[in-house]
Design a protein around this ligand. Structure first.
Ligand SMILES: *Cc1c(COP(=O)(O)O)cnc(C)c1O
Length: 375
């Protein structure tokens, strides 16, 4: 069935005891055993498994066409479970403009003697050059945050497999609707469900999906259950509810983002627009090969200073100044000051998360605030 249908129904069923259409939230932390010691419904203790978490994992596994999934309390907890599968001496390769939270997280693992290379992954040759005999994991993020660089999933997974490494794609910006990394040979997918999957800026969560019943996935599942960074039943319920409208939301957001990127691209106050849908974007062709639409995120550099950029963010009326992305409301963010001291993001860059408002209103809002910089 198509992804719209699966988004509505996967992992959900009518509650057998009450016939409720909407799944109940199972707050119970513990489940009764049979007299012989069995667990009749397969649940014993909610850190190990819970009906709401199981529904969510089933649904996202189905949307990504994977083998199984492990849900976590945040995207970062999900990423941590993957880094925790590494052993001292292992090497990992990640993009030079990796989501800054994951960059900070990887660096924490230095004291466990994990080594890492942050490289420009837009060229597969760079990946091949960076591989060592200890490379165990290649981390891809495409489109990347905040520069919207595009990485060729197929080429990197081929290189990775030739050297026996595991590839993971952070698909938070792509979502299973726009991009299906397993089709291109990727082994693991990560989502911050906080973003498009939850979709309403009201729940934190993360998930790792595996293409196969692999050793690394068993390790991740173990880390989920024993480490305990699990989402609550209510959080799982909220993400599962959000997913029902995911295909509709992300398509509309992508269409609006396209129009807004074109508007920005023609504007005299803007020096550079980063949006993979624009034919001038260096990753456009690769994006066209591996994505259905180009997503709801845009970055741009203002023709001016950090203060000029801050002033644009200060002047919008429909866009809200805030970090994060993937919600129903459009957000504008000065990225460098959020990322902090070691940020490589240009100081005159602003990032937009396009929401569900009408694109004409969003363009008018930007047009009004940009008028002030036309000299
Ligand atoms: C937000 C985000 C994360 C981290 O998710 P949290 O739920 O905030 O921990 C990881 N990757 C990307 C691309 C993100 O945008």
């Amino acid at each position: 069935m198509k992804i719209e249908t699966r988004s509505v129904h996967s992992g959900r069923s009518v509650d057998p005891s009450t016939k409720a259409i909407v799944p109940p939230i199972y707050l119970s932390t513990t489940f009764e055993r049979n007299v012989n010691g069995d667990y009749p419904a397969g649940y014993s203790y909610t850190r190990d498994n819970n009906p709401n978490r199981e529904s969510l994992e089933k649904c996202i596994t189905d949307l990504e066409n994977g083998f199984g999934a492990a849900a976590f309390s945040s995207g970062s907890a999900a990423a941590m479970s993957v880094f925790q599968t590494l052993s001292p001496g292992d090497h990992l390769i990640a993009p030079d403009d990796l989501y800054h939270g994951n960059r900070k997280l990887i660096k924490l693992f230095a004291k466990w003697e994990i080594t890492f290379s942050f490289i420009d992954m837009t060229s597969p040759k760079n990946v091949e050059k960076a591989i060592t005999k200890n490379t165990k994991l290649i981390w891809i993020e495409t489109p990347s945050n905040p520069m919207l660089k595009i990485t060729d999933l197929q080429s990197i997974s081929q290189i990775s497999h030739a050297y026996g490494a595991v590839t993971i794609c952070d698909n938070t910006w792509g979502t299973p609707v726009l991009q299906q990394p397993f089709k291109f040979g990727i082994d693991l997918i990560l989502h911050a469900t906080t973003k498009y999957l939850g979709g309403h800026s009201d729940v934190l969560g993360g998930i790792v999906i595996s293409k196969e019943d692999s050793e690394i996935f068993k390790n991740i599942k173990q880390m989920q259950k024993s480490g305990g960074a699990v989402p609550s039943p209510f959080e799982c319920w909220l993400v599962l509810r959000g997913i029902q409208t995911l295909p509709l939301r992300i398509r509309y957001q992508s269409e609006s983002a396209f129009k807004i990127a074109e508007f920005l691209n023609k504007h005299p106050c803007i020096s550079k627009v980063y949006y993979p849908g624009l034919p001038t974007h260096p990753g456009h062709q690769t994006a066209a090969n591996q994505m259905k639409l180009y997503g709801g995120m845009i970055s741009f550099q203002i023709n001016g200073s950090e203060t000029d950029a801050m002033n644009v963010a200060a002047g919008t009326r429909v866009f809200t100044r805030a970090t994060s992305l993937g919600g129903t409301e459009s957000l504008i963010e000065h990225r460098a000051s959020v990322e902090g001291a070691d940020s490589k993001t240009p100081v005159n860059l602003l990032r937009l998360s396009i929401g569900l408002e009408h694109p004409d209103d969003l363009i008018t809002d930007l047009s009004n605030v940009l008028k002030k910089c036309v000299k």
